[in-house]
Design a protein around this ligand. Structure first.
Ligand SMILES: CC(C)(COP(=O)(O)OP(=O)(O)OC[C@H]1O[C@@H](n2cnc3c(N)ncnc32)[C@H](O)[C@@H]1OP(=O)(O)O)[C@@H](O)C(=O)NCCC(=O)NCCS
Length: 195
């Protein structure tokens, strides 16, 4: 059984995780390279179970969280992209967060997956702004944020990390040329009674 589809672009589907994703997710979130820039570092198998558990709970509680990123040409789980509730400098924020397996880096897939989560936040949640928290040395993530229209706003601390806050306001998002193009669709709400 696969999870509910959230959004789709030319090469990426974002869908809810299920427990069946554990074997494919495990090598990704336990990889020190993938987890180099993170609060936790590489996860243990037990922590990956906790990660999945938290996602499944949050889908029920909030309707969103981190979603499985599926590389459509190979129907393969390659990481995650999604939205996190954050509380930064005494303010609630929605963060766009993403991580992919290294074999898929450098092909624009991170940007594509992050754009789907960004568009979901604005189009479906109606949020006024989104942020990404990025360590200054994480150049790939900074580029992903910039390519998706985010700009540097300020520095802050997040747990023990010194991070940059990149942000994108709804008014800026509306001016981006590529939002919600036919190739970059946030899936419509199912009609009542259809699921
Ligand atoms: C961040 C991440 C998702 C990017 O995925 P990706 O598929 O490689 O991203 P894209 O191909 O869409 O774009 C990457 C951009 O970063 C650039 N880049 C990569 N490494 C770089 C480096 N060391 N210095 C400068 N630029 C770099 C690429 O050239 C590209 O920019 P360009 O299109 O202008 O050339 C991926 O590297 C990843 O999963 N990293 C580990 C997890 C992580 O750090 N997540 C973010 C936490 S804030």
């Amino acid at each position: 059984m696969t999870g509910k589809v959230i959004a789709q672009s030319a090469r990426i589907t974002l869908r809810e995780f299920t427990w069946a994703d554990f074997p494919e997710l495990l090598p990704i979130l336990t990889d020190p390279l993938v987890m180099k820039f993170s609060v936790t570092g590489p996860l243990t198998p037990e922590q990956v179970r906790g990660f999945l558990d938290r996602c499944l709970c949050k889908y029920k509680e909030r309707g969103y969280w981190l979603w499985a990123a599926i590389y459509r040409p190979e129907n393969r789980l390659i990481g995650y992209s999604g939205l996190l509730d954050q509380y930064i400098d005494n303010k609630p924020e929605i963060e766009v967060a993403y991580r992919l397996a290294p074999a898929f880096w450098g092909r624009g897939l991170g940007t594509e997956a992050a754009a789907l989560a960004r568009d979901y936040a604005f189009a479906r949640l109606g949020t006024d702004r989104v942020i990404s928290l990025i360590e200054p040395a994480n150049m790939a993530s900074i580029r992903v944020a910039e390519k998706n229209g985010f700009t540097y706003e300020k520095d802050t601390t997040y747990y023990h990390l010194f991070v940059r806050v990149y942000s994108l306001w709804r008014s800026q998002w509306l001016r981006l040329p590529h939002i919600l193009s036919p190739q970059n669709q946030v899936c419509p709400e199912p009609k009542r009674g259809s699921d």
